[in-house]
Design a protein around this ligand. Structure first.
Ligand SMILES: N[C@@H](CCC(=O)N[C@@H](CS)C(=O)NCC(=O)O)C(=O)O
Length: 342
């Protein structure tokens, strides 16, 4: 075996590398982001409504607005974000390696993605479930009727795993055809390579628009899984985790309390103690996050509250026309229920 001397360049390199890793593991993300002057966010480059650069390269979408909300909380400027386009397969490595500070890309919260990969989900910002897109003319009315069909699906997603589970547990046969990107999968489906295309219900709305004749396709009513999406950070930096988590809660609390991008400045004069705390008029709830007291004012001024973000990107006024459904506030029969700022 080769001996390594204490002065060996390889040993010195190894020690330097270990020291670098230890520093990176302990690094304070908020400090790094401030020094850099920009937040680095991993986003979806191809999913209308969630993440997609427009013709001029300006990133838009529900997940994109979450990155902008965090940038607004830190810099009072929602444009101080650099977006890194990530595929379903590459998204977690980009976060683990430190290439991005935050992953915000229609990512389903699962146990193994969190506990098994050194990551933390900062909350659930979109409640979804997996569905199927099929040709209307087939006259199908249930997923079970797809037995024996070929189904297009994207690699590295929960959609791929759920599909296998569902067909096995229901003793159905399917030919699964796997693609690296959604574009390839939907093109293959559209060209007739598959009888169905499966993914998150929300993405089916967006992907159907990419087919040559969107009206020739329908989304089956059945949902075969739970797909709770949320922003993701690395483990080991509690303050950063809290900052992202409370940005999400603040967006929800603002909606619940009727604070929006148009009225946020005048709402600072409100007598309601909950609104006064949220907007930093009473108390200092930003300090624990490393932010100034008016952190929520900055967020809401820049991107609006949760409801505004939803409507602009996904809601009935957007091309996707997704109803609030489970994504309504708890008082409206939905599942969104944010802890209070107090
Ligand atoms: N929510 C699921 C699926 C996420 C996913 O990647 N969905 C596809 C839906 S079509 C997508 O966004 N693809 C966009 C792309 O690869 O350009 C997960 O976290 O695994």
């Amino acid at each position: 075996m080769e001996k390594i001397s204490l002065k060996s360049p390889r040993l010195l390199f190894l020690l330097a590398f270990l020291a670098f890793c230890a520093t990176a593991a302990r690094a304070d993300t908020l400090d790094l982001v401030r020094q850099r002057g920009v937040l680095v966010c991993g986003g979806n480059p191809g999913l209308a409504g969630f993440g997609l650069p427009d013709d001029r390269g300006f990133w838009r979408g529900f997940d994109i607005d979450y990155c902008r909300a965090v940038a607004a909380a830190i810099f009072d400027d929602p444009q101080k974000v650099k977006f890194i386009p990530l595929s379903g397969k590459d998204r977690f490595t980009a976060l683990q390696s430190g290439e991005i500070d935050l992953l915000s890309r229609n990512t389903t919260w699962t146990q193994s993605r969190e506990a098994g990969q050194g990551l933390l989900f900062a909350g659930i910002n979109f409640f979804d479930g997996q569905g199927f897109l099929v040709r209307k003319k087939l006259g199908l009315d249930s997923v079970k009727a797809l037995s024996g069909a070929s189904i297009c699906v994207q690699q590295g997603t929960t959609s791929e795993l759920n599909l296998a589970d569902y067909f096995r547990t229901h003793a159905l046969k399917a030919e699964t055809v796997v693609f690296a990107t959604a574009d390839e999968a939907i093109k293959a489906y559209d060209s007739g390579r598959c009888d169905a295309f499966t993914t998150d219900g929300s993405a089916l709305y967006a992907e159907r628009m990419k087919t040559t004749a969107p009206d020739d396709h329908i989304v089956l009513k059945e949902i075969i899984s739970k797909e709770p999406f949320g922003p993701v950070v690395r483990q080991g930096d509690d303050r950063w985790f809290n900052l992202v988590k409370w940005t999400h809660f603040a967006l929800l609390d603002a909606e619940e309390l009727g604070v929006d991008s148009k009225n946020v400045m005048e709402m600072r004069q409100s007598d309601d103690p909950e609104i006064r705390r949220l907007l930093g008029v009473e108390g200092d709830f930003g300090a624990g996050l490393g932010l100034s007291a008016d952190w929520v004012v900055r967020i809401v001024k820049a991107v609006g509250n949760y409801g505004e973000i939803f409507e602009r990107n996904l809601g009935l006024g957007s091309p996707l026309k997704i109803p609030r459904g489970l994504n309504a506030q708890w008082r409206q029969g939905g599942l969104h229920y944010a802890p209070p700022v107090r």
